[in-house]
Design a protein around this ligand. Structure first.
Ligand code: C2E
Ligand code: MG
Ligand code: MG
Ligand code: MG
Length: 289
């Protein structure tokens, strides 16, 4: 911090910035500790096809003893900046696959599990080995693992990224493009790469029934995607009207609070054991034991 005449605090570093800076340091330190102790939890959010759970997405949760609940939207970008994301995603991946294998072995459900992967993995050479290790340690059939990556992976070194994606595919896992349409979107990458699925970003899904332009855009994306034999998922479906229109437009899988928020392992198991209709999952899990 530069000292101005008289040593007053410069305007550009004010109280609220100081607080944010301190909060940021607190999060960084707590995060390092959480990574050491593996102090995370996975939540699971179902994806729905024809009224049934057709797959699940694993979403990380972090409850720090002092900071309380910190959302992944806050701590994942910090973990990416300070170099912790590789370890965090390693933990998520292995946990997700082991859990999915366990549910399969128990005869509770046989559906793919999706894991979110940071774009940072594509700047290193560990990813292939990490996926091999995950498959070995969990014993899960590779066809049950879907890797959700965002379009941002294509910004840096697209040639290298394409190679990595081909290698991943050769291991037998599936590739999904998350938050499709949200950011840097290169259709040519999609045409050239062996992608299995796109997940349309919630901004295009929200109130789609009330915005004709959104409907037109989403319908065109569905048509292109289906022409390419891609599975199409709508994320963030919250209303019955959105659901109805998306199904009518040919959406393959739906995900969102309308069906269920992400839930803990325990709540997911409660749901799986009761074999109730999926639309009731949100009610089931909030029932008292
Ligand atoms: P995402 O992969 O796009 O996940 C969707 C987010 O939207 C999740 O937030 C989910 O809880 C939320 N969501 C689901 N349905 C609805 C809905 O109907 N309405 C609304 N408004 N939101 C809905 P969450 O769990 O807070 O995760 C945020 C982001 O953090 C994820 O976005 C993903 O990019 C990242 N993330 C989560 N877990 C991991 C992980 O293990 N590794 C990495 N690298 N990133 C992760
Ligand atoms: Mg995702
Ligand atoms: Mg999104
Ligand atoms: Mg998403």
């Amino acid at each position: 911090i530069s000292k101005e005449k008289g040593g007053t605090v410069p305007q550009f570093f004010n109280e609220s910035m100081r607080n944010r800076f301190q909060e940021r340091l607190l999060i960084e330190n707590a995060l390092r500790q959480a990574v050491d102790t593996g102090d995370f939890e996975l939540y699971y959010q179902p994806k729905i096809k024809s009224g049934k759970v057709s797959s699940m997405e694993a979403l990380i949760r972090w409850q720090d003893p002092v900071l309380g609940f910190v959302s992944p939207g806050t701590f994942i970008p910090i973990a990416e900046e300070i170099g912790l994301i590789l370890q965090i995603d390693e933990w998520s991946l292995i946990e997700a696959c082991k859990q999915n294998k366990k549910w399969q072995d128990e005869g509770l459900i046989h559906v793919p599990i999706s894991a979110n992967l940071s774009a940072k993995h594509f700047q290193h050479d560990f990813l292939i080995a990490l996926i091999e290790k995950t498959l070995n340690e969990s014993g899960m059939d590779p066809k049950y693992l879907k890797l959700e990556i965002t379009e941002s992976v294509f910004i840096k070194n697209p040639k290298h990224v394409a190679e990595v994606i081909h290698k991943l595919k050769s291991l037998g896992v599936l590739i999904s493009i998350d938050d499709f349409g949200k950011g840097y979107s290169s259709l040519s990458q999609l045409l050239q790469l062996p992608i299995d699925e796109i997940k349309i970003d919630r901004q295009f899904i929200k109130d789609i029934d009330q915005h004709y332009k959104k409907e037109l855009l989403v319908k065109s994306i569905f048509d292109i995607a289906h022409g390419l034999r891609l599975n199409v998922v709508a994320e963030g479906v919250e209303t019955e009207n959105e659901r109805e229109l998306l199904v009518q437009l040919g959406c393959d899988e739906l995900q969102g609070y309308l069906f269920s928020p992400p839930v803990s392992r325990r709540d997911m198991e409660k749901f799986l054991c009761r074999k109730v209709e999926v639309r009731k999952i949100a009610h089931i899990i909030t029932e008292q034991p």
